[in-house]
Design a protein around this ligand. Sequence first.
Ligand code: C5P
Length: 239
Amino acid sequence: VSKQEQLYEGKAKRIYKTTHPELYWVVYKDDATAFNGEKKAQVSNKGMLNNLISTIFFEQLAQAGVKNHFVQAISDREQIVRQVSIIPVEVVVRNIAAGSMAKRLGIEEGQPLAHPVLEFYYKDDALGDPLINDDHVYMLQLANEQQISTMKELALQVNSILVPFLLDKKITLVDFKLEFGVGQDGNVILADEISPDTCRFWDSETQEKLDKDRFRRDLGGVEEAYQEILQRLGGQQHV
Ligand code: C5P
């Protein structure tokens, strides 16, 4: 498989076509952005760290029976994935109140939630990714009813797999965002990435933040936090 023309450049990744009709080539960038692209910086090695971390999660999930787009990591910053057409909905699952939900509902950050809370956001930069519900997803024709229920089921399944997996490594999975795609066979599968850019990870003993909130909130030590996550997951950075 070799890389062909670029298909898409996102904030954190570039996607290329390949010589294989069913595969894409993903390059993870070092660019960090927050607040819908208003805040921008480079975080050295972030592309490598997220590629390696995402690989570990996708492999773990595949083993646990959650089909996803990941095929193979091919270099420090690159991976091959199955071609899917991304459903423009960000699916967020929360176990502990934090970030936008804590703010929106006036709940103190760190409050554990009795049940996981699932949210949909419309992936649209111009609108600032608004919070939407099932009816909006359906009305906007972003997904059909079957696809909506598959996304919900899979998101909660991912949560129940990753919570204990991470806790074993002394990491609390506070919340995370998933994206799904429709494969060439018409099935909905997990896609995009799972990394400290898209999850809130807290040290389960000290509650120290080990994710992108260090960048969003100017806490410093962004690269070190991502390295810590990789290390706890048993991965190794190739320097
Ligand atoms: O900001 P908010 O609290 O809604 O984020 C919930 C979760 O979704 C966090 O883990 C955050 O990293 C992730 N997220 C994301 N991409 C976005 C918005 C949120 O990965 N565009």
